[in-house]
Design a protein around this ligand. Structure first.
Ligand code: NAD
Ligand code: IPM
Ligand code: MN
Length: 348
């Protein structure tokens, strides 16, 4: 049966990295005999320009019907001056897919400790999975926009916290059985509900998991101090957004970091964690690895194709250990050269 994949290239470097994802999916699909069918749709700033809407109905329909959705990135200075925002399209997409569980693995490739801005002995062994709640919290609460006063409501229900915590505990069972829950329970009511809910779920259903709690400000420090100490990091929407950009750099560059946003009703959304990088767009400088690793996560989580996912991950690891990379990781290759090098290693 043919698997349908919707590509949403978006803005800035989005199209450059979406091309990378498609290339490795086609190559790994052919190598593993998977019939994949692609269609591309507008989202974000390019959709505002073409349709006056960052998330047009045609895009929404294609996404909810697809087996999986890959997104490059949205946004840029062109749309910052007022009017509809590209980012609203991405938030609407996550909501439409029910993509509440954002998995952001941060792994320092062994042998590539020199890519980290941290001392090698400190960065060495970094291998964590950030589990970020993606469809609740301050991103989706009522907003008041104003010139003198503005507000963003942060709210969570017990049910929303419990379902994302379950994802984190289940993931920990396949790893080192340790979960660090990050909150701001000394100040925020939502964080106290978060902490109580996570503790109750662990006690009831996951007594085999070691659970600890770290306040988000201290977590920002500890990630730099001892990144290798963390296994699964469970946190709410905005804290997860911030901490995952921080953690990505420990492994070398934000351009290396992938994500999967899982849903109970759809095949999920797959996107690198970086943005549209307007400063390097169109110059062949974008690191395509985060996008290609997201494509591997798509094969694993949406299509159940573990072997094909491992093929892509292995090809990427081989390129990185051969020193093939873009400028953000100290290499001299262009986006296209990295894509070609990875694809060559997939057919090998
Ligand atoms: P960004 O992630 O786009 O860029 C931050 C820095 O990282 C820049 O210096 C950029 O050049 C670099 N960088 C990012 N991706 C890279 C890659 N693949 N290879 C090499 N270097 C890379 O964050 P920003 O500059 O804060 O945001 C730019 C725009 O992107 C904003 O409009 C923002 O809203 C949007 N954004 C979108 C997404 C998304 O679509 N998922 C995520 C984050 C930001
Ligand atoms: C991300 C981005 C988005 C987020 C923005 C663009 C809405 O920063 O995917 O990390 O904050 O979730
Ligand atoms: Mn972000």
């Amino acid at each position: 049966m043919t698997h349908t994949i919707v590509l949403l290239p978006g803005d800035g470097i989005g199209p450059e990295v979406a091309q990378a994802a498609r290339a490795v999916l086609e190559k790994a699909g052919a190598a593993h005999g998977l019939p994949l069918e692609f269609s591309s749709h507008d989202i974000g700033g390019c959709a505002i320009d073409a349709h006056g809407d960052p998330f047009p109905d045609a895009t929404a329909e294609a996404c909810v019907e697809a087996d999986a959705v890959f997104l490059g990135a949205v946004g840029g200075p062109k749309w910052d001056a007022g009017g509809p925002r590209p980012e609203a399209g991405l938030l609407a997409l996550r909501r439409a897919l029910g993509a509440f569980a954002n998995l952001r693995p941060i792994t320092l490739f062994p042998g590539l400790e020199h890519l980290s801005p941290l001392k090698a002995e400190r960065a060495s062994g970094t291998d964590m999975l950030i589990v970020r709640e993606l469809t609740g919290g301050i991103y989706f609460g009522d907003k008041v926009e104003g010139d003198e006063n503005a507000s963003d409501l942060c709210s969570y229900s017990r049910q929303e916290v419990e379902r994302i915590a379950r994802i984190a505990f289940d993931a920990a069972r396949g790893r080192s059985r340790r979960v660090t829950s990050v909150d701001k329970a000394n100040v925020l009511a939502t964080s106290r509900l978060w902490r109580n809910t996570v503790i109750a779920l662990r006690d009831a259903d996951y007594p085999d998991i070691e659970l600890d709690h770290v306040l988000v400000d201290a977590m920002a420090m500890k990630l730099i101090e001892r990144p290798a100490a963390f296994d699964v990091v469970l946190t709410e929407n905005m804290f997860g957004d911030i901490l995952s950009d921080e953690a990505s750099v420990i492994a070398g560059s934000i351009g290396l970091a992938p994500s999967a946003s899982l849903s109970q009703t759809h095949g999920g959304l797959y996107e690198p964690i970086h943005g549209s990088a307007p400063d390097i767009a169109g110059q062949g400088k974008a690191n395509p690895v985060g996008a290609m690793l997201s494509a591997a996560m798509l094969l694993r989580h949406a299509l159940g194709q573990e072997d094909a996912a491992v093929t892509i991950e292995g090809a990427i690891a081989a390129c990185l250990s051969d020193g093939i990379g873009t400028g953000d990781i100290g290499g001299s290759a262009s986006t296209h050269e990295v894509i070609s090098a990875v694809c060559e290693r997939i057919s090998a």
